[in-house]
Design a protein around this ligand. Structure first.
Ligand code: XIL
Length: 342
């Protein structure tokens, strides 16, 4: 029998995956046994986001979240909560909150209700997700607009009050790049100075074959852990397809949907690219192992290529190959490379 990821890395860090609603409901036995064999940490890909869990004011829907928790407990997995405060995938009623009084009440109710319901059951939380722009400044959102930067401190205070023992994370993408990294470090310092508890930083790690560089990743691990916090790679995948905004002269407002031009490998990923991807995963994990004392968890954003969000983002209907298992659930070269590293 082939070695598994979770066993190979059990003395290093958790190996996680994001679960779709179908996977939480164990709809496919084969997928389910792959999840249980390979991973010892789980994140809900969507169902804990505010639009699903809090669809109307004062009305919560915890049916799938309860299933997610019991799935994790049953399989003795590390359970990560994603996410409490995020500008995206909000319920429409939340977007209409217009003043600080209403927003304060919303945050108190939302964070306290969810975090205390699962007190002692969720090992770590993304308290705030994606609060920064690429240049490190604060992103405009309904939260920033109504409360100013105080909302960040408040969010972490409320979460700590509701469950003092769970680990609290700030999570973002591209925060291994210098400007955004600087912004993230300032943000975490500010939250701590304001009396909030921050236990870790999440680097989403929606990466590419060519970037970010290993140097930027390593500098990020070192600079973040110098703040006295844990570093987690929370949504790892590596696209092999071009992003529209990488194309010279591309208009990012153009509608690329269904553009065959953007779908470079519709039938099968060429072996040469498959190997490049495996090498990239291997390089990245070699670095992770070098700093394993600073890394708490590495979570992939999905189980297999067939259900990766990158088949639909940023363009709908593409065929992407960003993970370690193909859509038939077979391990790819990248999987073998990561087992070989150990
Ligand atoms: C994505 C999911 O994978 C998709 O299914 C959904 O349609 C949109 O959100 N950053 C995050 C994740 O923090 O929650 C996002 O997940 C991917 C980017």
């Amino acid at each position: 029998e082939l070695a598994s990821l979770k066993n190979s890395y059990k003395n290093d860090f958790y190996i996680g995956t994001a679960l779709s609603a179908d996977q939480i409901e164990e709809k496919d036995e084969k997928v389910d046994s792959l999840i249980r064999k390979e991973f010892n940490a789980i994140t809900a890909e969507n169902i804990m986001k505010s639009m699903f869990v809090h669809p109307e004011k004062g009305k919560y829907d915890f049916a799938l979240t309860d299933k997610f928790i019991s799935y994790g407990k049953k399989n003795k997995m590390f359970i990560h909560g994603h996410t409490l405060i995020w500008h995206s995938q909000l319920a429409p009623w939340m977007e209409k909150i217009k003043d600080s009084t209403e927003m304060k009440a919303f945050m108190k109710d939302h964070i306290t209700t969810i975090v205390s319901k699962y007190k002692g059951k969720i090992d770590s939380w993304d308290v705030v997700n994606e609060a920064l722009n690429e240049d490190g400044t604060l992103r405009k959102s309904v939260f920033l607009n109504t409360l100013g930067e105080q909302y960040l401190i408040d969010a972490f205070k409320l979460a700590a009050a509701a469950d003092p023992k769970t680990d609290l994370y700030y999570n973002d993408y591209n925060n291994e790049e210098p400007a955004k990294r600087k912004g993230t470090i300032n943000l975490i310092k500010k939250i701590k100075e304001g009396g909030g508890k921050v236990d870790g930083v999440g680097i989403q790690a929606h990466w590419r074959l060519e970037s970010p560089s290993l140097e930027e990743i390593e500098t990020s691990i070192l600079e973040y852990s110098a703040l006295g916090i844990k570093v987690a790679f929370t949504e790892l995948d590596i696209t092999v397809l071009p992003n529209p905004w990488d194309l010279k002269g591309a208009d990012i407002n153009q509608n690329f949907e269904g553009s065959a031009k953007m779908n470079t490998y519709p039938e099968k990923l060429p072996d040469s690219v498959q190997e490049k991807l495996a090498q990239r995963y291997s390089d990245i994990f070699k670095l992770f192992l070098k700093h394993k004392d600073k890394i708490s968890r590495v979570t992939f954003w999905g189980v297999h290529d067939g259900q990766s969000w990158l088949n639909d983002w940023p363009i709908k209907g593409r065929t992407n190959y960003p993970l370690l298992f193909d859509k038939q659930l077979n391990p790819k070269k990248g999987f073998e490379a990561l087992i070989e590293l150990k």
